[in-house]
Design a protein around this ligand. Structure first.
Ligand code: ADP
Ligand code: MG
Length: 336
């Protein structure tokens, strides 16, 4: 708890007594391996709600962490085939992950964790595993290695899971629920590349979210206006290593056990569900352009922005009015 308090930084940007009701409060914390910023407009209630939200994120981080020995995922990964009772949150996020594995034909798969580990993306001691190691670790991947019944989980011997591609999305949904439940009408939850916008600004104008440019670490590639939605971006450009002139990024293709390399360099998903947006940003990145567009045709309950390695930005028609291209080196294509 002491650590949490130290990590909290609540700032009221408005010192005037007259604006106590509409002050902006901000909380910054480091959790789930990333910097997070929660901001909300309101009075003391907003400040309290943000502190509760930060505590909720820390709680989920403890549950979901695969590296913390006392976390539920660590316990599961060490169980060697034995049944483990987990919390409702962990059961829910595993159920969602299994559902997305099925929906995405295996492109999203939390059982890829032993490979993520073998490439050094957990320890950050990066290394290219040999083909034999990759082939052997792939034998225990796939959603059929996870048996979930109520809150009891059995991972087949040898299988391990990692929630890195879905935990922040799930946490953003819980935080949005908590903040809305506290009566907040205007808040922005930024969990690294996972953003959740609650309502709009207090003057009614939408939130403006910059879409990172994989080719320019300073300026955004595009700007998106949003109200009441999650905006989640996955890309290889912010977690990678280079060995012998080859770049290896952290999103793996579960079919090969190697970094996905299917022509996309960034995928942003917009959806009222942060969990869906997080899972699909990873999955569509793995699928590549053709399969990603086909997936959206069959499941049109979200919007997307795809950036290709030949400098095109593909935007689903639902975002046309909300989207502004900033880096005009990209060719903009709106897809119906
Ligand atoms: P970020 O970690 O930046 O939020 P993602 O949501 O795309 O990005 O999650 C990527 C992380 O998820 C990786 O660092 C790895 O731990 C794990 N992962 C990699 N490939 C997959 C995959 N195909 N399915 C599920 N999880 C994956
Ligand atoms: Mg993701």
């Amino acid at each position: 708890m002491k650590k949490l308090l130290a990590a909290l930084l609540a700032v009221c940007f408005c010192g005037l007594a007259g604006c106590a009701k509409k002050a902006e409060y901000k909380v910054e914390l480091y959790a789930m391996d990333t910097v997070m910023t929660l901001s909300a407009y309101g009075g003391q209630d907003a400040k309290n709600a943000l502190a509760d939200a930060a505590a909720e994120i820390m709680r989920l981080d403890n549950l979901f962490s695969a590296s913390r020995a006392d976390g539920e995922i660590s316990r599961l990964n060490a169980a060697e085939g034995a049944a483990v009772e987990v919390s409702q949150d962990t059961a829910q996020v595993i159920a969602a992950a299994k559902a997305y594995t099925q929906l995405t034909d295996g492109a999203f798969d939390i059982t890829i964790y032993p490979l993520v580990n073998a490439w050094g993306f957990v320890s950050k001691n990066y290394t290219v595993p040999d083909e034999k190691t990759v082939a052997s670790l792939l034998r225990t991947t796939g959603a059929n290695n996870i048996d979930l019944s109520g809150q009891t989980v059995v991972l087949k011997k040898g299988a391990q899971i990692g929630l890195g591609a879905i935990a922040k999305g799930y946490a953003s949904d819980r935080v949005a629920e908590l903040l809305r439940g506290s009566g907040l009408k205007s808040a922005l939850v930024v969990l690294g590349g996972n953003v959740y916008a609650i309502g709009a600004h207090t003057d009614g104008s939408p939130w403006r979210i910059g879409i990172a440019d994989p080719l320019d670490s300073v300026h955004s590639a595009a700007m998106l206006t949003v109200v009441d939605a999650a905006v989640v971006t996955s890309g290889g450009y912010h977690r990678y290593f280079v060995q012998d002139g080859v770049t290896y990024q952290h999103i793996l293709d579960p079919r090969t056990g190697r970094p996905a390399d299917n022509g996309l360099i960034s995928v942003t998903i917009v959806s009222p569900s942060g969990t869906q947006a997080d899972a699909l940003s990873t999955a569509l990145y793995v699928m590549g352009e053709k399969k990603a567009l086909a997936y959206h045709k069959a499941n049109p309950n979200f919007d997307y922005i795809l950036i290709t390695d030949d400098y095109r930005i593909l935007v689903s028609a639902g975002l046309e009015d909300a989207f502004t291209l900033i880096n005009t080196e990209y060719e903009l294509c709106v897809i119906d």
